[in-house]
Design a protein around this ligand. Sequence first.
Ligand code: BLA
Length: 505
Amino acid sequence: MQATDNVTLDNCADEPIHIPGSIQPHGALLAFDIDGALQAWSDNAPQLLDLTLALGAPLASLPLPAEVHAIAAECRDLIEDGEAPAIALEVAIGTHQFDCIVHAYAARIIIEFELREVPSDAVAAFALKAHAAIDRFKRQKSIDSLLQLATEQVRAITGFDRVMAYRFHQDDSGDVTAESLRDELEPYLGRRYPASDIPAQARRLYIINTLRLIADINYRPSPLVGRAGAAPLDLSHSVLRSVSPVHIEYLQNMGVGASMSVSIVVNGRLWGLLACHHMTALQVPYSIRMAADVMAQVIASIVQSIEARERALMAEQSAAVRTRVMETLLHHDEPARALLQHAPALCLSLQAEALVVAQYGKLMVHGDIDLALAERMVASLPQSGDEIIERSALGDWPEELRDALAPWAGMLALRFDPSTSGWLLALRREQINTIRWAGRPDKIVRVGPLGPRLTPRGSFDEWRETVRGRAVPWDATARLAAGQLLGEMHRASVARHVETDRARS
Ligand code: BLA
């Protein structure tokens, strides 16, 4: 059942992380078919649970505490299409105290026994803290303040040394936008990581299963035993799932002893993660993890409403700019100059960092752009054809311009008055030039067998390679703002031409 052999840096996204064939050994696992016949178990189960196990043994016949049988029966009743959500309770077996978590997935009933060291009254206090934290989340007005508070509160209830809010960009790269950490640790705030640090299959899994814990990075996996030759046991929703060895090396290189991450899923998309590190092993009890998971869900819904508000505000601002531009254009002899008057607001509305306006062969710029380069950019535009021309990467520009373009890479060009060669260019810098690398980039904690790629520095270099020569691509919001602006400008230019003609006649 071992599915993690031969994993390298090149085939990372192909690793079937949902069927690792083993679990983390801070607990034990039993898997049954829908009829309750034992199909697989972790190698450590007989000893940890004080059981004798045999393939096909009926669940009902196993000498497990009555409450375990009760939630297993409840789980069986809930099964639909081979799946049932998790039910959990505390049990004692021999001298051990466990959180017992039962769920069904892919036509298997999976019972996990997670060793618990923290007494339940201590855990109850954390649930209250989580409740208070959620009240405070709801009062946050900005995503930044929400995420900052989230990192502090998750750290307070879980005890991790470092909690980061990791936010994804459109291209699935991400950066640490908020952080709460122990004083002596080096901050990771502001750091950028490539999409490949969390490969596609992991992202997919993290949307359907929103929390994962690696309690001890140096664990020795307990292999699953049981039905040889059968389909490997799908651990997508298991709490003890053994983790990709590549990711383990990554964390070891960073000097991390335990890791937990909680997904922030907004509109069905993995929007961000709360990523937690501990320098030594740390087994956060199940109910505290669930409290963190609930926090992440509340955060997701607040993010969703803040983003909706921001989008509405942005649309409002863009409309206001358009109206002002329109008014100025109608009363101004030189449209280009009129546009430039509103340059800061236009930059905001198009999310651009500089503007170039050209008309009647004359040129004006707003922002830190070289005039000669701006001239060459305008000259590179076609005489006729599309009204909006979009470039996001060096490769989109004519070859002769590419060497001269730095630090610019993205352009949205609007042909606002074809008869006078009127162009408005919104420009974006290469992403490399817009990112601040916080912390000490050259500090590599350790390097394991797969080399320096699996270190913060290696990750950042990888990200830089992936986005070399690329600006942040123009998204739907910027395109919409550009299209609407162009529409208004056309109307203004028609109105002006009509007026000029009337004046002449
Ligand atoms: C998983 N990678 C992850 C996870 C995180 C990161 C948060 C989720 C698992 C967890 O909770 O620990 C990445 N962690 C980060 C980043 C920071 C951090 C960016 O703390 C920044 C501070 N990883 C690589 C490369 C590969 C890779 C090169 O860097 C593959 C070639 C693989 N990462 C990888 C895999 C998983 C993963 C396979 C899934 C692990 C699992 O759930 O089994």
